[in-house]
Structures are given as C-alpha cells and as structure tokens.
Design a protein around this ligand. Structure first.
Ligand code: LLP
Length: 417
C-alpha cells in the first residue's frame, strides 16, 4: 500500500493533506510516513523469519532520531560509520549489542567510544585498522568483536559512485589478505574474531551479485573452519535497491529466499545493513514553486528547494518522481525543475514532463527518504529544512527548520580582525 496517495486532487501522506503540513511548517520540508517505515522494516525482517538474524539499519541513509527510534522499537539494531552515528543511535535507544561499525577510516576516539559502548562488532576494513583496534582495546581493557569486511571483487551493476565491492574500490580487504588477517587476528590481544562481512554496493536491482559474493565468502568460511577459526556472524551488508522510476528490484521476500538458501548450511547468525530499501520510499521532499520562465525551447521551474536539500540528482543524475501536491495545473510541460543555488548542477529534475506548475504550487519529490536529508547541507547559507513524521491523521515536526542564526553557530570573528 502506497501511503503517499491522492484523495481527489490532493496529495496526502497517510491521512494528512500535504498542503496542511506546508501551511503549518512552511516549505521545503521532508515528510516521512510512519506506516511505510514500519511496513518496510517488517517486510525485510520477515524475509528472514526462521533463521537467526539481526537487522542493523544503516544509519547513513537517514539518521534522524525519530526514524531510528521507529526501527529500534521494532527490534532493529544499527550499522554505523562514525562516532556521530553511534551517538545518534544511542540517543535513540539502540541496544549496543545490535550495533555494527563499518567504514574505512575509523579514528582512535571513535574506536574507543564504540569499545566502551560495547558494540557487537567492528567491520574491519584494513590490516592497520585491525592492529589499531587491538591496541586501543588492550589499553581500555576491553575486547573488540571483529569481522573482516571482505571485498569479494563482484560487480553489483550499479552506479560507479555507489559500487563498493570491486577490487579497485577503497572498501574492505581482498580474499587472500583477509584469510591471512584472520589468522593474525586470532593472535592479537583484545580481539574476538566473531564474524565475516561484505557490502558490495547500493541500489542493486538483482540478487545474483549478492549470492555470488556470499559463495566466495562461504569458501573462505570453510577454509577458516579447517584452521579452527569458527565465525558466528555473517554480515551480508546492505544494498538492496528500490523503485525510483522503471527499476524492478527484487522484493525483500525474494532477496531473503535466495540469501537464506545460500547461507542455510552455514548455521550462522545473519546480519543485514539495509538503508535505502527501508527508508527510500517512505519519505518525500515537498517544495514550493517560486517562479517559472521559458527561453527558446527550454522551460524552467524555480523552486525553493535545491541541491543542498536533495543532492542526489546533482550528484548521481538520479531520478525522483515529481508530483503536484494539488493537481490543478493546466496540463503538462517538459521542463527543468531547478533550485536557487548558484550552480548549473542545481536541478532536481531535468528535461522531464511535469505538471505545468504555477507560482506558489507545491511540488513533491518522491522516493527521497534515503540519502535525502542525510546528505543535505546549508550550502549558499540556506538553513536546512524541517522534517515531519506522519502517523495516521497526525503529524509532528521531528526536526525544526534551521534558523539563519543557526547558520553561524560556532563561528567567531578572529580577534585580529
Ligand atoms: N552498509 C555499508 C557498509 C554501506 O556503506 C552502506 C551504504 C549500507 C550498508 C547501506 O546501503 P543501502 O542499503 O542503503 O544501499 N548516497 C548514495 C548511496 C551511498 C551508499 C553508501 N553506503 C545515494 O544517494 O544513492
């Protein structure tokens, strides 16, 4: 069930007309549907019913407290990539034993923070990182659960910027080196070798790359077992895609079936780090038309949201559906929908057939729940926008719109000026 639907000419989020939110909160704003977040989390979780598993939602996709809390309430853990994400997740009430920590550049203070918090496991991405975690754990008198993030050298068939499991990517450790590192890890103080990890890319629309990677890791697990190294956790990463436009990604259930089939003989506890799949289609960005202009055969619709609010089109040329919040336009037009930022890359839709928006119309950008607000910035000194969560016929602001005073928070004029 889609929770962003028209009732008559009006676009709703669940039972709330978006124009009502705009009237109270102003524009632009992100709106999330609680029912959709919940349904997506449960669908993913249910796909692994019957096998021991933990869903560690990938905080980077959308790190807003209320979004985290929604999944934590459903029994979810988190995949973090920084001390900041750990702090957010703890504030939202995550169980530290359901936290996995990925990332190629963990700093000493972040490692120590995670150790003292008592997270489940560090997904180690380099030889030096392993040594460093051992040193810090020893100094703190703690033990670090670790998995090695293996780079299986499998092409996920997605955008180059979000491909992570090919040999030339900065992520993980190659299979041969990882095997050596497991043997070394067993000898290191402060290290508990408990898992194996992969994450091969994002927005995958096929299951085979996941399965191909799992097969490679299974051979490793066999080799390690023969050496007496028995791992409990198999972290399959995130990456399952969603429909933005014409993509046909597998349903979580079908993804689940194939992953379970590929891993069932191992008897391991599965960990997943989904981000986009759960939040992507649970959120939209709503903006307002400021002006329109036409020049030769080109039409522009200028809105009050820009690439600083939703960076994906500028960064990856990605597609977000465009819908009128009130369908009272006189037909359609081929246009660029652009923001106020002083860059030509500042577009949210390019050369697209869209409703013939007039001044002050509200425009909804669909599928913006993942890597939307989380990647936003205040570039051009534009305060970051408000976020609201809708549940049934109610909504609440879950992040206040930044003020212009917020923009200079922490700044000071140098004393010599
Ligand atoms: N685990 C790790 C280690 C990751 O690096 C990522 C995403 C995930 C899990 C979650 O992947 P997901 O399930 O969301 O595909 N900004 C880009 C996406 C970057 C993905 C980075 N890593 C975009 O807007 O498309």
């Amino acid at each position: 069930m889609n929770h962003f639907q028209y009732k008559g000419a009006e676009l709703f989020a669940e039972e709330v007309p978006l124009k009502e939110i705009a009237a109270q909160v102003g524009t632009p704003f992100y709106a999330y549907s609680h029912a959709t977040l919940t349904r997506h989390f449960k669908a993913f979780d249910d796909s692994f019913a019957g096998v021991p598993h933990t869903i560690c939602y990938s905080v980077k996709a959308n790190s807003t407290q209320s979004v985290l809390k929604t999944f934590i309430n459903l029994g979810g853990g988190v995949d973090i990539v920084s001390g900041g994400e750990l702090y957010r997740a703890l504030k939202a009430g995550v169980d530290p034993k359901k936290v996995v920590y990925s990332g190629v550049g963990k700093k000493d203070d972040e490692i120590e923070f995670a150790l003292t918090t008592g997270i489940l496991m560090f997904n180690v991405e380099s030889e030096q990182e392993l040594t460093r975690i051992s040193e810090i754990a020893t100094r703190c008198g703690k033990n670090a659960g670790i998995a090695i993030r293996v780079n299986p050298d499998v092409d996920p068939g997605t955008h180059p910027y979000i491909t992570t499991g090919l040999k030339n990517a900065k992520f993980g450790i190659t299979i041969e080196r990882a095997l050596q590192e497991y043997t070394r890890a067993m000898t290191l103080p402060g290290i508990d070798v408990i898992g194996i990890d992969m994450h091969i890319g994002s927005q995958l629309t096929k299951v085979n790359p996941f399965v191909d990677s799992i097969e490679k890791l299974k051979i490793m697990i066999g080799t390690l077992r023969a050496q007496g190294i028995d791992l409990k956790y198999f972290d399959c990463g995130g990456g399952l895609g969603i429909q933005y436009n014409a993509e046909e990604p597998p349903l979580p259930l079908d993804y689940g079936k194939e992953i379970v089939a590929a891993t069932k003989d191992l008897g391991m506890h599965l960990v997943f780090e989904p981000g986009r799949n759960i939040v992507g289609n649970a959120g939209i960005l709503v903006a307002k038309t400021l002006f329109t202009k036409s020049r030769d055969d080109k039409n522009f619709i200028m809105i009050d949201a820009g690439m600083n609010d939703l960076a994906r089109p500028a960064l990856y040329d990605s597609y977000h559906g465009v819908q009128a919040v009130n369908k009272d336009q006189d037909g359609v037009i081929v246009a660029d929908i652009v923001g106020p930022i002083c860059e030509s890359g500042d577009f949210l839709a390019k050369g697209r057939e869209v409703p013939m928006f007039k001044q002050n119309d509200l425009v909804a950008f669909m599928s913006a729940g993942a890597y939307g607000f989380a990647m936003s910035s205040s570039y051009n000194s534009r305060p970051r926008v408000a976020e609201v969560m809708v549940k049934g016929d109610k909504f609440e602001v879950i992040r206040e719109r930044e003020t212009i005073e917020d923009l200079i928070k922490g700044e000071k004029i140098a004393s010599f000026l």
